[in-house]
Design a protein around this ligand. Sequence first.
Ligand code: RIB
Length: 313
Amino acid sequence: MTDVACNVICIASWNADLVSRVARPMARGETLMAHSFDIQPGGKGSNAAVAAARQGATVGVIARIGDDDFGRMALALWAREGIDTEHAEVAANERSGVAQILVFDDGDNSIAVATGAGAGLGQVNVDKASEAIRACKVVITSNEVPQAATLAAFKIARDANAKTILNPAPAVALPDELIALCDVLTPNESEVRVLAGMSAQASMADASQAILDKGCRAVIVTLGSRGCALWHQGQSPQTLAGWSMQVIDTIGAGDTFTGALAAALARGETLVEAMTCANAAAALSVTGRGAIAAMPTLAQSQNLKKSTLKETA
Ligand code: RIB
């Protein structure tokens, strides 16, 4: 517990990532020998919280974890990263979330998540943390937590003028009420079409516009190594190029983007400035193993931005 208000609050999923590295995606029924196996911190919410903390935000999590070794791993991580855990509930006799991840030789991955205790996160947890939400500048979450928790938190945030960012992963259709409470949605290219209820052939622009029409204030589509694109209520679309990085794995790149975006907005940066910071942080995050190993500090992502400016000057 801290007595300083956090400027970013994350409605956080937590998973222990069980990561096997294999040559390529597997066929149904196939057994493949893995190159390696690691247990690493994960969960889209926890990853974004760590990213925001490394970018200099004061961060608190509203979370539910199991009373098990993986739950203790979460508490140790959050303590190391300076993340406030006053509103992290340890659920007796429940398991923590786990994600079974296959990372392929090209750095891409497949992930299966079992949310464990996180499935019980709800209105009660949010209500207990309502003062912290009211006092913060930005609330972030993902589709890995129950929608009821997100909705409850975003209603409080909107009422208190705190910004809301939803990373809509994994992709599911969202109720219009929730979309209208989002200041920023950060889907990837396939998620934006699912959110808009459109086919894979629909253009990103049409899908993003359909989401804006439902009352979301901005949609930033993350494009991996190609950067990101912003559609903003009442303004022209903007795109940012990506960086060419040595990719080790892409686990947590989208979460890093969301967390870094939140930290920059909490510092008072404009949405375009914040998107630039997030784009740099996400690029650096793919250069190490697992979700958080290569998540950069603010100084590291600023250095990347400077070095690129020099190259292009
Ligand atoms: O976005 C990456 C994350 O997705 C992993 O850390 C895994 O836990 C799943 O939640």
